[in-house]
Design a protein around this ligand. Structure first.
Ligand code: TYM
Length: 390
């Protein structure tokens, strides 16, 4: 099947293939670069850290200009991290955690400032959510994000609806970017149509502006600093536009690290989605809900009967429990044992699911415990525009 049949946009991710999106073809289509062994070896050599299992397993699989970032780090020159979240509901799901877990690790490795944009304006426009409610969702989601362990002295989190009006430098960059992009270009990149509200057409520069260090004078003191953006590859259209515009307004192009999608329970043809409860495990799910969802909905690559399974073995490439273990089981040896055991038929689907359920229950319970200690006052501390010691 041609990768052109795979749909990957910020709003829709689908493939007709059992194994999901053809990511190699997507790299070609988007014009990014593969995260190859050479990059990983260089990463380890320069940082002295073994690459995160998301990198080792190709979960973060594509990049733009990551060598530039490593060059800067090698030369002791600064850069910063930028990522974000569109807060459309109270409950974030496991897929949303991926870029944040990875960003937390990158922040620990590089010890650099991180800015996190909460696009409550985007969600107010796209989902027709009341402005006041969208802001509340930002604060709510900020608790889940903070629970990932970001350093308070190096992290600035902001709600677009609250922050931009108080930060002229940010707004001025939005206008500089808006001036550089035509209606034709925005239609070409994002597919907006004649009946879309004009807010959609004006929005992309808002997501681009945090990649311009001048948008945060209180952090970067008006220096032109390189930016690295970790995100799933659905967000790339925003940053293709940003990379086109940045040099025209006197800034370096932002670098990117792209992840694959954490698949839906039903299979890799689509990503986990907030709008369908049964496709996703939410960070608010109970241990019992997790168990029931995995047992009932996780698509199995196993055979129809135990006898057949023992004889022919299971298919890890399409088995969601195995695919999810790749994201959350850190131990490489154990994962390999499971892969071999399931492929040979020694491990049954029920046993594989049991392994996954335990890992997910531990992860989600630990997250809930940490989150319950994050008060509104703590959130406000992260959201105050301030000096991050840069
Ligand atoms: P949002 O809220 O849709 O998603 C937040 C982040 O999670 C990634 N993501 C996933 N990653 C892996 N598997 C999945 N199933 C999955 N679903 C979502 C997204 O790629 C994103 O990184 N417009 C953005 C918010 C935003 C942003 C940014 C994101 C503003 N600035 C800079 C990344 C970088 C949005 O609505 O994300």
């Amino acid at each position: 099947m041609a990768a052109d049949d795979d749909i990957v946009t910020p709003w829709n991710v689908t493939s007709k293939n059992d194994t999901g999106i053809d990511y190699d073809k997507l790299i070609k289509r988007f014009g990014s670069s593969k995260i190859d062994d050479e990059l990983l070896v260089r990463f380890e050599k320069i940082t002295g850290k073994k690459p995160h299992h998301f990198l080792r397993r190709g979960i973060f699989f594509s990049h733009r200009d990551m060598h530039t970032i490593l060059n800067l780090y090698e030369q002791g020159k600064p850069f910063y991290l930028y990522t974000g979240r569109g807060p459309s509901s109270d409950a974030m799901h496991l897929g949303h955690l991926i870029p944040f877990m990875f960003c937390k690790w990158l922040q620990d490795v590089f010890k650099v400032p991180l800015v996190i944009q909460l696009t409550d304006d985007e969600k107010a426009i796209w989902k027709n959510i009341k402005i006041e409610d969208a802001i509340k969702l930002s604060y709510n989601n900020a608790k889940d994000i903070i629970a990932c362990g970001f350093k308070p002295d190096k992290t600035f989190i902001f709600s677009n609806l609250e922050h931009i009006g108080n930060n002229p430098a940010f707004y001025q960059n939005m206008i500089r970017i808006q001036r550089c992009v035509t209606f034709n270009q925005v239609k070409g990149i994002f597919g907006f149509g004649d009946s879309d509200p004009i807010g959609k057409i004006a929005f992309p520069p808002t997501q681009a502006s945090p990649a311009i260090s001048g948008s945060f004078p209180f952090i970067f003191k008006n220096q032109k600093v390189h930016c690295l953006i970790p995100c799933a590859i659905d967000q790339d259209p925003y940053f293709r536009m940003t990379r086109d515009v940045a040099p025209r307004i006197g800034y370096p192009k932002p670098a990117l690290l792209h992840s694959t999608f954490f698949p839906a329970l039903q299979g890799s043809q689509t990503k986990m989605s907030s709008s369908d409860n049964n496709t996703a495990i939410f960070l608010t799910d109970t241990a019992k809900q997790i168990k029931n969802k995995v047992n009932k909905h996780a698509f199995s690559g196993g055979q129809a009967t135990i006898e057949e399974h023992r004889q022919f073995g299971g298919n890890c490439d399409i088995d969601i429990s195995y695919q999810w273990l790749r994201f959350f089981l850190e131990d490489d040896e154990k994962l390999e044992e499971i892969r071999k055991g399931y492929t040979s038929g020694e491990i049954l689907t029920g046993e594989l699911k049991k392994e996954l359920i335990e890992i997910l229950q531990n992860l989600v319970t630990a997250h809930q415990e940490t989150r319950s200690k994050i008060t509104d006052d703590i959130v406000k501390e992260y959201m105050v525009p301030r000096d991050l010691g840069f």
